[in-house]
Design a protein around this ligand. Structure first.
Ligand code: ASP
Length: 393
């Protein structure tokens, strides 16, 4: 098990500030770094985390980072940003590729729906230089919620629009309403609904159909479609969480961040995860850097996940250390029995990503499995495993 470095020891924390009163305990040098508004945080000595130098510690200069499902997004955002577009707009352009991709069942078009079979999307975006944010939650029928969130940021005095109001705003901004269910996500929802054993929905064992020896029309159509599909298209759809986060810093050290998702599959209609909550699913401060999260949104909300990472970077932790320290807070504050495994650790995973103003970057997860994509100052795009807090569940 990884033990965060001694600088996180409570003895080193202030206790009398408003942040401390709110439960966010920040070392004094963090406040100094935040208040000065000019100095990038000083990286700690290599090896201070107990894990040695991590990928991304030494990188400097323009950079775009995303969750592991976003190598196309980082590449696109980097290209857009390099043409002089603001990082906040560039990350929205990057995640659009994933929102538009019907094969990513965690985001935008093709995202898994709520328990009623309706896709509800959450997204947020934040602009470092103005410290302004925009977000939408429970948005239906609009494929690109991150672009709507950007309009909220750019064209309103508000931060978060939800549900019907968010949809009306999107339409007023020229976004087109469309059905976001794909045949695959619809079929996955039907399978889930039928497996619930509730109401009058019959699961496959209960149905007197198909008739013996007969092929159903659905089977015939599926066979027909299969012949025109690429290998691997029939892989099972994961029924879980999923999201893309993307953060960027340009050559001037300006940062932007964005997170977009269809959230937890089969959720209660109206359930909102961390992704559109500023400070939970995404956060940035132009003097420090940006952070974002994927995974169990409820835990990231109650622990202010992304805000905490940025404050830890201000305190001098490297991006990877800051991510690990924020995850440790989540682990330490997960107390409900239903969320704990036999070792008393969370029975869920979360992955978090951080990008410092000077270009250093990193990603961490509670348990192995998470990954992050990064496009660096040399233009190269790579996917790296997140550094796990624990080596196994
Ligand atoms: N964090 C997202 C949510 O809870 C889902 C995910 O990232 O997997 O809505």
């Amino acid at each position: 098990m990884h033990t965060p470095r001694s600088s996180l020891d409570r003895r080193h924390f202030l206790t009398g500030t408003g942040l401390a009163a709110a439960g966010i305990l920040v070392p004094s040098r963090a406040l100094a770094a935040t208040d000065s508004r000019s100095q990038p945080p000083t990286p700690p000595d290599a090896g201070a985390s107990g894990r040695g130098p991590q990928v991304g510690d030494a990188h400097r200069g323009p950079c775009v980072i995303a969750s592991g499902n976003g190598p196309n997004a980082t590449e696109r955002a980097f290209k857009v940003m390099s043409a002089g577009v603001d990082p906040a707009e560039a990350v929205v352009a990057g995640v659009k590729l994933v929102e538009d991709d019907p094969k990513d069942t965690s985001v935008g078009y093709g995202g898994l729906p709520n328990e009623d079979g309706v896709v509800e999307l959450d997204a947020s975006v934040m602009h470092g230089p103005t410290h302004k944010a925009g977000a939408v939650a429970s948005l239906r029928n609009i494929k690109n919620p991150a672009a709507v969130a950007l309009k909220v940021l750019q064209r309103t005095d508000h931060v978060l629009l939800v549900g019907e109001g968010a949809l009306r705003f999107a339409k007023a901004q020229g976004f087109i309403e469309e059905n976001l269910l794909t045949p695959e996500s619809h079929a996955a929802w039907l399978r889930w609904k039928e497996s619930m054993g509730a109401d009058d929905w019959l699961n496959p064992e209960e149905r007197d159909w198909p008739r013996p020896g007969r092929k159903t029309l659905d089977e015939f159509l599926a066979d027909e479609a299969k012949q025109s599909r690429a290998p691997g298209d029939n892989a099972p759809i994961p029924f879980t969480w999923g999201t893309i986060h993307c953060s960027a810093v340009n050559a001037d050290g300006d940062v932007g961040a964005c997170t977009t998702t269809s959230g937890l599959s089969w959720k209660i209609p109206g359930r909102v995860g961390d992704s559109p909550i500023i400070g939970a699913g995404m956060y940035c401060e132009n003097e420090i850097g940006a952070a974002g999260s994927t995974g169990r949104g409820e835990s990231l909300i109650v622990n202010c996940g992304s805000f905490t990472i940025v404050q830890y970077m201000a305190a001098g932790l490297t991006p990877t250390e800051a991510c690990l320290a924020a995850l440790k807070r989540i682990v330490d504050r997960t107390r409900e029995k239903r969320l704990l495994n036999e070792k008393g650790r969370p029975n869920f995973n979360a992955s978090v990503y951080a990008l410092r103003k000077d270009g250093a970057y990193g990603g961490a997860c509670i348990y192995p499995g998470g990954s992050f994509a990064v496009t660096t100052s040399d233009g190269a795009t790579k996917v790296h495993p997140c550094t796990p807090l624990f080596d196994a569940q």
